[in-house]
Design a protein around this ligand. Sequence first.
Ligand code: ZN
Length: 162
Amino acid sequence: MNKQVFYHDHFPYSVIFDKQILLQVLQLCKEKMPLETGGILIGRYSEDGKKANIQSITGPPNDSKHGRYSFYRGVKDLSLQLSELWTTTGEFYLGEWHFHPNSWPIPSPTDIKQMKKIANDSKYHCPEPILFIVGGDPNNQWFTSCHIFLKGDSVIKLVEDS
Ligand SMILES: [Zn+2]
């Protein structure tokens, strides 16, 4: 199977990546090493809203800021891109991905705060955004994590189906 599935034992949520898309993310991480980088996740939900299919990603918008221990994901042209995508393919914003160079893929307090902000920002139309993080060294040993920020205040960590 050419998919990577993240799921949870007790909640019916899952996130499905095309392996091709994971390779694109890794490539973008390699290019910015040793700086942080990121972008957005695009795709669709299953009819019950529990299964997210990631169908494409973007790299960092031009106005993003890359630090060794920080990343500000810019917004330049993003809403235009997203509305174009919606009209041409019916896909939409599902969340964020980013890179923690030489570190664990654990959401920082800033990451969590930002995701909660996105969940409550009506511009994104995404009340339960996904955060996918790559950590480590994308040229050698790397790790991933996938979290969903649910309505209310809870965050669930999905596990990788291997
Ligand atoms: Zn982070």
